[in-house]
Design a protein around this ligand. Structure first.
Ligand SMILES: *Cc1c(COP(=O)(O)O)cnc(C)c1O
Length: 372
């Protein structure tokens, strides 16, 4: 049995006609940059996320970057984030000239531990960038309290968490900004790269629209040094179609996660496999990834065994950011963030995409049990 980590083809087959129709409309109009398709998708996303507004951009990475640029965060500033995330979170901070300051994660949720964040705040801190890893929101309440007390901006990295909820509020609508990615492997994936920023304060929307287009308003009058961070009409058209199906796909991911839990519970592997926990503050987990924990000494064996059996799996992420070579100048060393380091050697992501079957999950569970 072959179980890929992700297979986008069945989803495309189901929506092929609908998607090709809107792509044809964009091609016939030959209007590709921004325009009504992008505006429509922005309005749909703002409504979906419960945000005051949304601004389509080129990628999730650029979404993070443009928020920092708009806040004038650069050299001399510090931004606190998690070392256990995709590189883009720390990379965006460093690209502005600011210093990424890492705070360790809470091991149950894999997300920023607010107590660790509190210990990192200095007079130079300008922002907190919580990451909603794997589809579960960080514990935003205490982070917002810290932000209010120290006048910090909160930029949610919601790239893996579209539609996730923190105490009933959608990811991206709780902090000052929410950053989303439409990289094809995200829960809402485009036909290429794309991203979006949601805002809580509508005053920031007009500025974001300027920043994504070289700070220009009107044409050839530049108020800020922004960049070309524009979402294109083809991506927006595809994403508008797919957004209508997102809740169905999310429900399937949640059902698949519950099904894994039932199958692991009665497996001989049960005692050695740590299943993902849904924390009380996360009222909607959207399972962009389903990451189990294994004994560190056995992860490679399990990984190899799954691969040999035709099961796709992946380690997110094998090296925490404070140990990445490009951040060596920050002085990070092993032992600095024990929970992030432990997660990086224990976790393994299993296939969770909507179209997987119960038989496939049983095969994954059985294959893992044979390796332990
Ligand atoms: C995917 C991802 C990003 C970057 O998104 P891109 O669209 O690939 O630039 C940033 N942060 C996290 C946590 C992500 O998962």
């Amino acid at each position: 049995m072959n179980v890929p980590l992700l297979d986008l083809k069945p989803q495309y087959q189901a929506l092929r006609e609908e998607i090709r129709r809107v792509m044809d409309e964009v091609c016939d109009a030959q209007a590709f940059i921004l325009g009504p398709r992008v505006e429509q998708f922005e309005n749909e996303m703002a409504a979906y996320c419960g945000a005051a507004g949304a601004c389509g951009v080129t990628s999730g990475s650029d979404a993070l970057l443009v928020c920092l640029m708009l806040e004038n965060i650069g050299a001399g500033a510090e931004v606190i984030t998690s070392p256990y995330t995709f590189f883009a979170t720390g990379g965006a901070i460093a690209r502005t000239g600011a210093t990424p300051v890492f705070a360790d994660i809470d091991p149950a949720s894999f997300n920023l531990d607010p107590a660790a964040v509190a210990r990192c705040i200095t007079p130079r801190t300008r922002a907190i960038m919580p990451v909603h890893l794997f589809g579960q929101t960080a514990d935003l309440g205490p982070l917002l309290e810290l932000a209010a007390k120290h006048k910090l901006v909160v930029i949610e990295d919601a790239c893996q968490a579209i539609g996730a909820e923190y105490r009933g509020r959608r990811a991206g609508s709780v902090g000052d900004y929410g950053c989303f990615s439409f990289f094809p492997s995200k829960n809402l994936g485009g036909f290429g790269d794309g991203g979006l920023v949601t805002v809580r304060d509508p005053a920031r929307l007009a500025l974001l629209r300027q920043y994504r287009n070289h700070g220009m308003e009107p044409r050839y009058y530049h108020h800020h040094i922004g960049g070309n961070f524009r979402l294109d009409a083809l991506q927006a058209a595809v994403l508008s179609v797919k957004l209508k199906y997102l809740d169905g796909w999310t429900a399937a991911r949640q059902a698949n996660a519950a099904d894994y839990a039932r199958r692991f519970a009665v497996s001989p592997a049960a005692a050695q496999v740590g299943l993902p926990a849904v924390l009380p503050w996360c009222t909607r987990h959207v399972y962009n990834q389903y990451c189990i924990r294994l004994p560190a000494a056995k992860r490679q064996t399990v990984w190899d065994g799954l691969r040999a059996a035709g099961v796709g799996c992946e380690v997110y992420y094998p090296v925490p950011l404070h140990l990445q070579p490009c951040f060596a100048s920050l002085g990070g060393k092993p032992g600095d963030f024990p929970e992030s380091e432990r997660a990086s050697v224990e976790t393994l992501a299993l296939p969770i995409y909507p179209e997987t079957t119960g038989d496939q999950r049983q095969f994954v569970v059985d294959t893992i049990a044979r390796q332990l």
